[in-house]
Design a protein around this ligand. Structure first.
Ligand code: ATP
Ligand code: MG
Length: 418
């Protein structure tokens, strides 16, 4: 980070030497003032994009019509944007027109929240015309200017508002919250991908429950393009079940806990997460975890397998079907439920640790061995027989030994089990 700051300092001072104004702006100043790690540094300047490009040898014209040039220096890329104003937000998201301006205050005025509308110059002096530093001190998210108007221009700002409030543990200023409530129907215009991106940051942040509760309190989940299956009541009812959601380490497990608490079956969850444009890997991870739950208890009436032999059998079968990672994921979710951390989890972990095999690849026979030994053509029977052998080997009812498995296969075949 000191290296990034050094490289950014070079960019800012080069712009000044060329006769322009230049400042660090936005998230980097906010995070710096909060004492949080700064992950990228944006720069705002009076220089026009072509002037910026003439100052630096290595630039990417990222968004010239919006005034943005990415300057490459010292192994970092810095977004350098010309002071601008915006107008005509026809789609409640993007401005139709941008105009380059000469005054930095005009540029700060178009930004969403006071804490994001602060810039700092080379000498460390802040330019903070909207009281952003004071709002940071008071831990408040506040719109620049009239909240109703600002949310009406760009409805995504409502989700950014909740995201900043929940990840930073800030309150929302009264007028800002009121403006949000007045404009919330406009959320329906925001692309689901953008909604998902903000939601994901809320869920991955340190206080997901706070963010979820704020969304519900604002009546926002019902108003987005792909409605979420929770409202204030569902969430309030499930709040006890979600109290420890922040302890879960990965996003898929947090989503799984949320969906479990809301009583969503795995199959329904799959459709929902598709509609919400979840990345496939995250969606599949969530659904697999929910399927583990359903595999040992189709009614999902209780969170954990009973400690009896049947419970063990269903648990081992679930591990084989959905994999160890998903099974461990479900145990982590179950442990985060109220009353979690009980004996069932320890038992399930023990059963899993005791499995001599956990996939067909580890079984001492393959399909070819069985077709040869039983003198049968391959068919659907073969897969079923292999799965049965795998289950018995995983349960320790059969040794994972070629001869023994072939012999058992012969017995099952005779008894018409396959
Ligand atoms: P982070 O990168 O941590 O999400 P950030 O504040 O840097 O936070 P960006 O999306 O990178 O957020 O935007 C950079 C800056 O651009 C913001 O600080 C804000 O000043 C401005 N900005 C971003 N999105 C909007 C918006 N929808 N409306 C108005 N201003 C915005
Ligand atoms: Mg940023």
């Amino acid at each position: 980070e000191p290296e990034m700051a050094e490289a950014a300092r070079f960019v800012v001072s080069s712009l000044e030497e060329s006769g322009s104004e230049a400042y660090w702006v936005g998230g980097c100043i906010r995070d710096e003032l909060l004492g949080r790690p700064v992950h990228d540094m944006d720069i705002t300047t009076s220089a026009l994009p072509e002037e910026v490009m003439s100052v630096f040898p290595r630039c990417v014209p990222t968004g010239l019509q919006h005034g943005t040039v990415t300057v490459l220096h010292g192994g970092y890329g810095f977004e350098v944007t010309t002071y601008r104003t915006e107008s005509g937000y026809a789609d409640f998201r993007r401005p139709e027109r941008v105009a380059f301006v000469r005054d930095v205050t005009e540029d700060l005025r178009r930004r969403d929240f006071t804490m994001n509308a602060i810039c700092a110059g080379l000498d460390g002096r802040l330019v903070d015309p909207f009281g952003g530093a004071e709002d940071l001190d008071r831990r408040l998210v506040r719109c620049v200017g009239d909240a109703e108007e600002r949310f009406g221009e760009d409805a995504l700002r409502m989700l950014r508002c909740v995201r900043f409030a929940s990840t930073l543990d800030f309150a929302v200023a009264k007028n800002t919250w009121r403006g949000l409530l007045r404009q919330r129907d406009k959320l329906a215009h925001i692309a689901v991908e953008r909604v998902y991106a903000e939601l994901a940051r809320i869920m991955e942040g340190p206080r997901p429950l706070r963010g979820l509760a704020m969304l519900a309190r604002g009546g926002l989940p019902a108003r987005v393009k792909a409605p979420f299956p929770w409202d204030g009541e569902a969430l309030a009812a499930g709040a006890a079940g979600l109290a420890r959601i922040g302890e879960l380490k990965s996003a898929p497990l947090r989503w799984a806990l949320l969906l479990h608490t809301l009583g969503t079956p795995a199959e329904t969850a799959d459709g929902l997460l598709r509609a919400w444009t979840f990345p496939g890997t995250i969606r599949q991870a969530v659904v697999r975890v929910l399927r583990v739950r359903e595999a040992w208890d189709p009614r999902a009436a209780s969170a954990l397998p009973g400690a009896d032999g049947d419970g063990r059998r269903r648990w081992v079968a679930a591990v084989l079907s959905f994999g160890r990672a998903a099974a461990e994921g479900w145990l982590d979710v179950a442990a985060a439920l109220p009353g979690g951390g009980e004996t069932g989890i320890a038992a399930a972990r023990g059963w899993m640790a005791g499995m001599p095999v956990s996939g067909l690849g580890e079984l001492a026979v393959a399909g070819g061995d069985l077709t040869a030994a039983l003198e049968r053509r391959p068919g659907p029977w073969l897969g079923r027989l292999l799965q049965e052998l795998l289950l018995q080997a995983a349960l320790g009812e059969l040794p994972n030994d070629r001869e023994a498995l072939i012999e058992a296969a012969g017995r099952m075949d005779e008894h018409g089990q396959a």
